[in-house]
Design a protein around this ligand. Structure first.
Ligand SMILES: C[S@@+](CC[C@H](N)C(=O)[O-])C[C@H]1O[C@@H](n2cnc3c(N)ncnc32)[C@H](O)[C@@H]1O
Length: 301
């Protein structure tokens, strides 16, 4: 995964459920490496169009070259998907036929040391996915070096679902009394020192959950997702579908609840779809993916 080649997950299932058709208009709210965008463009040929959003300028730059051949059928915009309604309207994609969210970060971003997302590649403790990922410019370095022990414990527990949140928060506070934590390796070694040895032998690296927590806090990911689903509902036309792929239970819970509570959505998947065994074997990153799909009905309350 850290070699930077992002493999999209559940592409077949996404296409099967968004049912792209010629002349349809689709929004890919998370462009990434562009595999889902490309699948939408191909499945909606010859006249369908796709608007792709991403907060990461590097994703847009790569896609500009990749999708040049699709001409006016493709448009990419650097934007936070929490503003999806405004961005869709500004680009003529309100009243669209389908919207996809494939949440989280791409392998390209994970491999980029400058983003500081990985504990296996040393980089600055930044963790912003892009300049518009948050409004206040908050970085992971500011959180770990500036927030109180209780605040650290709370986000590590809440966003990382980390059972050693208290121990890790304590260790961070102790470490920063000696020197500011600057790099991802610094933080990873503080975390490793705080947790029991047995945790190191577990299925995931001991820093996984804390890094997830910091990334969620820095990018305000859960609020962005709630706002994005609301915004997406407002620009979907009746019969249009929204598909969301999530990678951890906090996100999936938000999607599940939003779909259940929205009076203008009907759930197409009552239970989330998961990748086939074959996909999990060929792309281990897909193992935690869950896909939920809903359809816009005409009533608006
Ligand atoms: C899992 S990747 C998407 C991969 C993509 N579906 C593909 O086929 O390659 C998630 C992407 O969403 C972007 N992203 C994350 N949060 C975002 C947000 N709030 N607004 C817009 N893009 C976001 C990330 O920068 C990343 O490129």
């Amino acid at each position: 995964m850290s070699n930077g080649v992002h493999i999209a997950v559940m592409t077949e299932e996404v296409i099967e459920h968004l049912r792209p058709h010629a002349n349809g208009r689709y929004v890919d709210a998370t462009l990434g490496a562009g595999t889902h965008t490309e699948a939408l463009l191909e499945a909606s040929a010859p006249g369908g169009s796709v608007l792709s959003l991403d907060v990461d300028p590097a994703a847009l730059k790569r896609a500009g070259e990749r999708f040049r051949a699709f001409g006016g059928r493709w448009k990419g915009v650097e934007a936070n998907f929490r503003n999806i309604a405004r961005v869709a309207r500004e680009n003529g994609f309100d009243h669209c036929d389908g919207i996809l969210f494939d949440l989280g970060f791409s392998s390209d971003e994970l491999a980029d040391p400058g983003k500081g997302l990985s504990f296996t590649v040393n980089g600055p403790l930044d963790m912003r996915l892009g300049p518009s990922a948050n409004e206040d410019g908050l970085t992971a370095a500011e959180i770990v070096n500036g927030w109180s022990r209780d605040e650290l414990e709370e986000i590590i527990r809440m966003y990382g679902e980390e059972r050693y949140a208290r121990k890790i928060a304590d260790a961070i506070v102790r470490a920063r009394q000696h020197a500011r934590l600057i790099g991802t390796f610094d933080l990873a070694s503080v975390i490793r020192s705080a947790v029991p040895r047995s945790y190191e032998r577990g299925r995931i690296h001991p820093a996984t959950r804390t890094f997830q927590a910091l990334r969620i806090a820095v990018n305000d990911e859960l609020n962005a997702l709630r706002e994005a689903i609301d915004g997406a509902r407002s620009v979907l036309k009746p019969g249009g579908r929204i598909a969301v792929i999530s990678f951890h239970s906090l996100e999936d819970r938000i999607v599940k609840q939003a779909f259940r509570e929205a009076t203008d959505l009907t759930r197409i998947t009552k239970k989330p779809l998961v990748p086939s065994q074959q996909e999990i074997e060929s792309n281990p990153r897909s193992r935690s993916a869950k896909l939920r799909v809903a359809e816009r009905v005409s009533s608006r309350t």
